[in-house]
Design a protein around this ligand. Sequence first.
Ligand code: BV8
Length: 238
Amino acid sequence: MSAPPLIVLTGAGISAESGLATFRDKNGLWERHRVEELATPEAFAADPVLVHRFYNARRAQLADPAIRPNAAHLALARLFAAWPAPALLVTQNVDDLHDRAMPGSPALLHLHGELGRIRCTACGRQQAWRGDLSVETPCPACAVTGRLRPDIVWFGETPRGLARIEQAMAGCRLFLSIGTSGQVYPAAGFVAALRGRAERIELNLEPSLGSHLFDESRQGPATALVPAMVEELLARWA
Ligand code: BV8
């Protein structure tokens, strides 16, 4: 029997042990704001200086050499390098830890955009950006100032790669959900959409909102659960 086509969904929990705060655990606040209040077009329109400061702080954190892919990211890189069937890694995370663990992999899709990229709302140009951004920063392409924003999908905005995800879900027979609370849609709806089609396994520190929808739910830190799961899958299918 050949290996099943695979979709892996990851959330902030896979990056937690690399030192990046998740959204909804105790430190899911920033300067007394909930992330959900800042990650919206309305917040950016109302106070672009505050929202730029929020993303500048997170971009700067990602530049810290102490923040790097952990054993879970590296185990997924091994899985995707060896998997003998179609495989798609959909991450909700805007950090670049998966990118650094599996550089150049075409299997990686950032559903909610990327912290290390910006977009000009005047000319539409998207590009990599590692430093700070402000309302005075001129667009390197069109020189207009005040029109640059993080290339991130905010609440109320359309996630990336949905057509590709829908196509992968049509053939998916194995679904892993790792480090996500299952609160943000449409990602949180994938497990229900795959009912009756795929074996669905959750790996999370604690049961997520959708745990009851999974065929199997394992609790524990990603750096322990993911390498073990990858070894099991490769021993069975690769
Ligand atoms: C959209 C970028 C329309 C910002 C983010 C129903 C259908 C469709 C939409 C909606 C709907 N109901 C509501 C909506 C609207 C909304 C939504 O879902 N709201 C929620 C709050 C109810 N959705 C949207 O607006 C989306 N857009 O729907 O457009 C549309 C729909 C379909 C087709 C076309 C158009 C856009 C949502 C994207 C928002 N942007 N990020 C930024 O990062 O600054 S979302 C944000 O939350 C992050 O991306 C984050 O990844 C994501 C999800 O959170 P999690 O990753 O799950 O993180 P969390 O902290 O919650 O959980 C971490 C988990 O890890 C925990 O369970 C914890 O136990 C575990 N954990 C912790 N440590 C570890 C661990 N696990 C393992 N090991 C550890 N060590």
